[in-house]
Every structure is written in structure tokens, then in C-alpha cells.
Design a protein around this ligand. Structure first.
Ligand code: ZN
Length: 181
């Protein structure tokens, strides 16, 4: 299953794809916000650990749904417009970043997610203690390294394509200007 690094990398890819220009002043705050949003659905693991000592108790339920992505996306976007320490993020962008987590879990793991909750719910079975969760998040992230490498490659290609498009646009513009002059 993708862990924080993998979800963050996928979130960065979703961000770069959906958000061409960046008007945010702080890249660090932006990166932190993307990391939190891309991992937000897994807050149910923390909730399970705090409530029952079992990280699997409420895992992959309501927080792994389209409805959660829309509602949480709206709330985060609303807060980001009022709290100026946060980068100003649109509702659509926040929703895409949160939902990227659910999609990654859906396609990169064998266990189901509750994508159409409350019409369906698929809780994770089993038991995960604090040490299990921390151990998995820190040490079993080989798949995440592959995901991060694929995303890094994707971002390099995306930036090159966009830079190429800009250069092409500039050439066309200069050519058209010369013909008018
Ligand atoms: Zn998850």
C-alpha cells in the first residue's frame, strides 16, 4: 500500500498537473499543505489508534470516499482563503489532492476503499498497533520509492513539455508580430 511518501508524491503530481502557475509566496508551506492533503484520508488510522489502540478499526471507511474529498476540500479551501499562512488553494484543487489518495489506494492496493460512502463501506480487517503503523510507514516504503521516482520523472517531462510549449508560443508570437510590423 502507498505510505506517506507515495501519497505525497502522487499529490505533487496531481498538483503540478492541475495547477499550472504558482502564485504562492512560500514553497515550504505549499509543500506542507500538499503533504497534509494527500495523506488526509489516513487520519482514520490515527483516529483508530487514539480511540481503540487499533489503527485498522476505522480504516478505509468514510475518509476514503468521494464525499469526504469534496467536503474536506471545501473546508480546507475556505480556511486557506482566510488564514494567510496557508497557500490560497481553490476548492477543486484541494478536492483533487485529497481524492488522489483514494484513487492511489484504489489502484495500487488489493484492499477496497469506500469510494461511494455512505452507499458502501469497506472497513479494513485486522489489527494495527502504534508500532505496526510506525514500522510500516518508516520501513516498508519500497513501493513508495518507486512511486516517487516515477512521479519525479513525470514532473520533469511535464515541465519540459510546458517549457517547450512556451518557447513554441513565443516563436509563433514573434513571427506573427513581424508579419504585422
Ligand atoms: Zn489510505
Amino acid at each position: 500500500m502507498p505510505f506517506p511518501l507515495g501519497h505525497t508524491a502522487i499529490g505533487l503530481a496531481a498538483f503540478e498537473t492541475a495547477h499550472k502557475s504558482n502564485s504562492c509566496s512560500s514553497r515550504l508551506y505549499l509543500f506542507a499543505t500538499i503533504t497534509v492533503l494527500a495523506n488526509l484520508p489516513d487520519v482514520d488510522i490515527l483516529f483508530g489508534l487514539l480511540v481503540s489502540g487499533n489503527g485498522s478499526a476505522f480504516h478505509r471507511g468514510p475518509t476514503h470516499s468521494l464525499l469526504f474529498a469534496v467536503v474536506a476540500g471545501y473546508l480546507v479551501s475556505w480556511v486557506s482563503r482566510r488564514w494567510h499562512r496557508l497557500p490560497n488553494m481553490s476548492f477543486g484543487l484541494c478536492t483533487v489532492l485529497i481524492f488522489s489518495h483514494v484513487v492511489a489506494d484504489l489502484f495500487l492496493t488489493t484492499a477496497p476503499v469506500s469510494i461511494f460512502w455512505p452507499l458502501e463501506v469497506h472497513w479494513t480487517v485486522g489489527h494495527s498497533s502504534w508500532s505496526d503503523v510506525l514500522g510500516m510507514a518508516i520501513f516498508q516504503s519500497l513501493q513508495d520509492v518507486v512511486i516517487a521516482a516515477v512521479v519525479a520523472l513525470y514532473l520533469i517531462v511535464l515541465r519540459q513539455v510546458r517549457r517547450g510549449a512556451c518557447i513554441y508560443e513565443a516563436i509563433i508570437f514573434a513571427f506573427a508580430k513581424r508579419r504585422i510590423d
